[in-house]
Design a binder for this molecule. Structure first.
Ligand SMILES: [Cu+2]
Length: 326
């Protein structure tokens, strides 16, 4: 109980910390470009809050409240680009999954003034969760950036690149999943002759009831995971992490160099602490929202959560020894 008192005291001190994130910088040629230079400034550029309504037009680029002054940068088909995470802390610290979509601006339309409407979006990259029947893990958790190839077969032209991290730590009720979204504007050169697809619309691609969006990732532990959205285009060797069972069929060096999620960019400045004490949930006291973090039923290695006892909208995390993101 002594450690529980310390826990509450620490929580009180930092209860106002907003611990979310966004994607302000495009990575081109291995270099971070300036904040909101090629990425459309998102509504959450200041508060970092997620989008939770997948039927909103903002599920497209999350930029309805901003002025849309981003420039368009030239990138070659087949080259690697990415987005840098900025937040508090600056990494994808929520357990979740990642998708990257692209959409081609209609002929004659400047991508800088295009809204991305219609069935125009195709997926080029994803980092799903991995459920092996015993545990579920989230390879995107902790990344400070997400990089991926522009498909070599992609025709030249102007495109939006839409990245999303779908945080699933409180996704067990409808609307609980948190979408961290941004769109960049690119001019693709040296393109191929492929036909991207399947094509989806935003909003439209998700209802919020998908098994990979409306999901309790803690209890019972999911024995499988279905990544939201269409399959990655092109179908193979395009940047989607290969399931372990099929990795032996991926034999080309090109494929093996592009299928794995980045491993060299995991968070190095943030220490997630595993809860080691156990406290019964408090009831009828002001500590209830903290007591939900008592550790019962959760033994995760990177953070601790108790969504089955969650007092929405409170969730529990320990970052650098402090509790954040209530
Ligand atoms: Cu958050």
């Amino acid at each position: 109980m002594k450690s529980f008192s310390v826990l509450v005291a620490a929580a009180t001190l930092v209860a106002k910390v907003s611990a979310h994130y966004t994607w302000p910088q495009l990575i081109v040629g291995g270099v971070n470009t300036s904040t909101w230079q090629y990425v459309r400034e998102t509504n959450n550029w200041q508060d970092l809050n997620p989008l939770t309504d997948v039927t909103s037009t903002d599920v497209r680029c999350y930029s309805s409240l901003e002025s849309g002054t981003a420039s368009t940068v030239t990138v070659a088909a087949g080259s690697t680009v990415g987005f840098t995470v900025v937040g508090n802390p600056s990494n994808l610290y929520h357990d979740g999954v990642l998708n990257v979509y692209m959409a081609k601006a209609p002929a004659g339309t400047d991508v800088a003034s295009w809204d991305g409407s219609g069935d125009v979006w195709f997926k080029v990259y994803q980092i799903p969760a991995i459920a092996d029947g015993i545990t579920i893990t989230f390879p995107s958790t902790g990344l400070t950036e997400a990089t991926f190839p522009i498909p070599a077969a992609l025709p030249s032209g102007q495109y939006l690149i839409r990245i999303e991290h779908i945080a699933l730590h409180v996704a067990s009720s409808f609307g609980g999943a948190q979408f961290y979204i941004a769109c960049a504007q690119v001019q693709v050169t040296n393109g191929g002759t492929g036909t991207p697809g399947p094509l989806v619309a935003f909003p439209g691609a998700y209802t919020g009831n998908e098994p990979g969006i409306l999901i309790n990732i803690y209890y019972p532990i999911p024995t499988s995971y279905v990544q939201p959205g269409p399959p990655v285009w092109p179908a193979s060797g395009s940047g989607s992490p290969a399931p372990p069972v099929s990795s032996t069929t991926v034999s080309s060096t090109k494929a093996s160099s592009t299928v794995a999620p980045p491993t060299t960019t995991t968070a190095s400045t943030t220490t997630f602490t595993t809860k080691t004490t156990t406290s019964a949930p408090a009831s009828g006291t002001g500590a209830a929202e903290f007591a939900q973090c008592g550790g019962q039923g959760w033994a995760g290695a990177t953070a601790w959560h108790l969504p089955q006892l969650s007092l929405a909208p409170f969730t529990c995390h320990v970052v650098n020894g402090m509790i954040v993101d209530f």
